[in-house]
Design a protein. Structure first.
Length: 222
């Protein structure tokens, strides 16, 4: 009996094939033209996760899944690789990154970052952090990557930044303080980007709720 997951995937694949042939917009798309739209979809997915709206989450996951399959089809048309190649590549990576499950006889206690360094010609663990990441996410990821290294001693406690008591701290001082605060949050099991996303979401909800309230002195409508 055919899996429902496979049936749904094949249905999406068939729809994309039809759109690629018959829809004027889909027919002219390229990887480059889809790139910024995919970035938008990732941000919309992020907002759905923060909001906790299940319907929005399902919709945004579907949008992103469609984009991924669209890229695969564009690659197939160009003769670069197949959809199966993409999924087999991630399957192989997951197996290689978990030798303590799949290759117990070859595992010698390497950390996640050490296993990644073995895969590619990298000079250091930070080579894998994209320069284009938003600054807060980038700070979180860099600190996560170096935290497991034996020679990493961490940053000083944010409370030690005496310069911030001045009336006019410099941008550099404030930046160092924020970076140290991200590290402080990580050491306490908090993802700083998740925390700020949640704060942004709560502020927006509270502000919009307050804006909808009638002024105290407004006459009551009967």
């Amino acid at each position: 009996m055919e899996s429902k997951k496979c049936t749904a995937f094949e249905r999406l694949s068939d729809i994309l094939d039809t759109l690629r042939r018959e829809c004027p917009w889909d027919r002219v798309q390229t990887m480059k033209s889809l790139r910024y739209l995919t970035i938008e979809e990732v941000h919309e997915l992020s907002e759905a996760i923060v909001s906790g709206n299940t319907d929005d989450l399902k919709k945004e996951l579907g949008d992103l899944a469609m984009h991924i399959l669209f890229y695969c089809k564009l690659a197939e048309e160009a003769g670069l690789f197949t959809t199966e190649d993409v999924y087999n590549t991630i399957c192989d990576k997951l197996i290689d990154r978990h030798p303590f499950i799949y290759h117990r006889d070859q595992y010698h206690g390497e950390s996640w970052e050490q296993l990644k360094m073995r895969e590619k010609d990298r000079r250091g663990v930070l080579d894998g952090v994209p320069d284009s990441l938003p600054s807060l996410v980038k700070a979180v990821r860099m600190q996560e990557k170096v935290a497991g290294l034996k020679d990493y001693k961490g940053l000083k406690d944010p409370k030690e930044f005496k310069g911030l008591n001045d009336l006019n701290p410099t941008e550099e001082e404030f930046g160092d303080y924020l970076f140290a605060l991200v590290d402080w949050a990580r050491r306490h099991g908090i993802n700083a980007d998740d925390a700020l996303c949640g704060a942004n979401h709560r502020f927006k909800q509270q502000y919009e709720a307050a804006s909808e309230r009638p002024p105290h002195n407004s006459p009551t409508q009967v």
